[in-house]
Design a protein around this ligand. Sequence first.
Ligand SMILES: [Zn+2]
Length: 67
Amino acid sequence: MATNMTTVDISDEEARLLDDTNKDFFNNGKTDIKCPRCGGAIVLAQFGTSYAIGCEHNCVNIVYRGI
Ligand SMILES: [Zn+2]
């Protein structure tokens, strides 16, 4: 697993949920998991060798750095 960091403060529970979402994206190309704070969609954004997974409204996210 790539190292990761957050750009917003999230709880351990929220970090686990985003990790589950990450696995969903890799296994299924999509996820049914919703943002724990606002119920919005969780989206994946790729930039260079890094990518971020988080709420579409940016309440929660994790950045996964280079593979
Ligand atoms: Zn949200």
